[in-house]
Design a protein around this ligand. Structure first.
Ligand code: SIN
Ligand code: CO
Length: 389
């Protein structure tokens, strides 16, 4: 069982971290998790990379044809691992927390950051000199050394204009000036803000690094998704109008008055906190892999749920499923795997408890309203929640 420390950041309080480091500068914490032992080894990780539904990659510094930086996407054949060179490669497996509860348990240590900001835990394994090259990521990451040793070199902040190595299927930085260096051993933790150039190289034959990555949708993704969401609620009658139209000198000109009218329409639709709230909760709880949200085999009714809970069952959040809630003047909403469920005031505490704890026991699920039981059974049927003994 993973033994988590009281405070993951050593001497630095969570308030201090958020104020001085989060999205601002890197932080290295020596021995953040004392006596850390990885609950998963390289053989299990390689086993996961054989699976169709698991996202995995193999990065080699020299490809099979002698080319620099070579990328292969999984799933892999078992035989692929016996033909790898002794050094200079890395196997990366995404979302290991969705499949291995002992890995998911680490997430609890990050509860000082909103859970809906978390993306997944990626795990890499590398023999000596294995690396994915100097690069930048567009999201915050905590790098936990799980096994072996990795040297991390950090550069400055970079962006999408920083030159990258051309003709390579990875975004490897052409120039990398080392500003700081850390050698990470098991239990050490390195926080990197988005866009900070970094380069980690394995120093041992058994280097395993866990990356706790966060979600930060781009402005493009946000605007596109919000516009789609709002678009679905609008009717055909609602359109551009110009009852104030005046005679124009040039009949083909699009003038400032036309722009002002269309801007008013756009802002009117967008500038509604309730709508943004309804969209954002759904958006940020969308599962990483939508096709892994598997509906329950047998339909569960609210009375099935009541009966199960009465006989001591526990209601659990499925690994990889995401919950969040919002509590505003217009009501309380539970967001689950991309959907929104209005909740009556009497069940607020119960749902908040489910979101925070990620399970409910029969003692906790005490006399909820019929509507809430219907919502919870729907979440079981969708695959977000499941019952266990
Ligand atoms: C690695 O674990 O090798 C790479 C992680 C990263 O740089 O984001
Ligand atoms: Co990175």
């Amino acid at each position: 069982m993973l033994q988590l420390p009281e405070c993951l950041l050593g001497q630095i309080s969570y308030e201090e971290f958020l104020r001085d480091y989060w999205q601002k500068k890197p932080l290295f914490i020596k021995n953040a998790i004392p006596d850390f032992e990885s609950p998963i080894d390289e053989h299990e990780l390689a086993g996961m990379a054989l699976e169709e539904q698991v996202e995995s990659r193999l990065v080699m510094e020299k490809g099979p044809n002698g080319e620099n930086w070579h990328l292969e996407n999984g799933p892999f054949e078992e035989s692929r691992f016996s033909t790898l060179p002794e050094t200079h490669w890395t196997l990366l497996v995404q979302a290991v927390d969705h499949y291995v509860p002992e890995v998911a348990a680490l997430m609890e240590a990050f509860d000082f950051i909103p859970s809906w900001r978390v993306d997944d835990i990626m795990i890499s394994f590398a023999p000596k000199e294995g690396s994915v090259g100097p690069h930048l990521d567009y999201y915050d990451v905590f790098l936990l050394q799980a096994q072996g040793t990795r040297r991390w070199q950090l550069g400055g902040f970079a962006d999408d204009k920083t030159p990258i190595v051309e003709g390579v299927p990875l975004r490897i930085l052409r120039e990398f000036n080392v500003e700081e260096e850390f050698v990470c051993e098991p239990g050490d933790l390195l926080y990197l803000p988005p866009q900070l150039a970094h380069y980690g190289v394995s120093q041992t034959d058994d280097c395993m690094t866990w990356s706790v990555g966060f979600r930060a949708p781009s402005a493009d993704e946000i605007v596109t998704s919000l516009a789609d969401f709002i678009g679905e609620t609008l009717c055909e009658d609602d359109r551009y109008g110009d009852p104030d139209l005046e005679l124009q000198s040039y009949n083909s000109q699009i003038g400032p008055d036309a722009i002002a009218r269309v801007k008013t329409l756009v802002l009117e639709k967008l500038n509604d906190d309730e709508v943004i709230n309804a969209w954002f909760g759904r958006y940020m709880t969308q599962p990483k892999y939508m096709d892994q949200l598997i509906p329950s085999e047998e339909a569960v009714s609210e009375s099935d749920l009541s009966e199960n809970m009465a006989s001591g069952a526990v209601l659990n959040l499925t690994e990889g499923s995401r919950l969040a809630f919002s509590d505003t003047e217009s009501g309380f909403v539970l967001f689950a795997d991309g959907e929104g469920y209005p909740i009556e005031a009497q069940d607020k505490e119960l749902i908040m408890h489910l979101c925070e704890q990620k399970y409910l026991t029969s003692h906790e699920l005490f006399s909820p309203s019929e509507k809430t039981m219907v919502n919870l059974s729907e979440l079981i049927n969708r695959g977000t929640l499941y019952l266990s003994d």
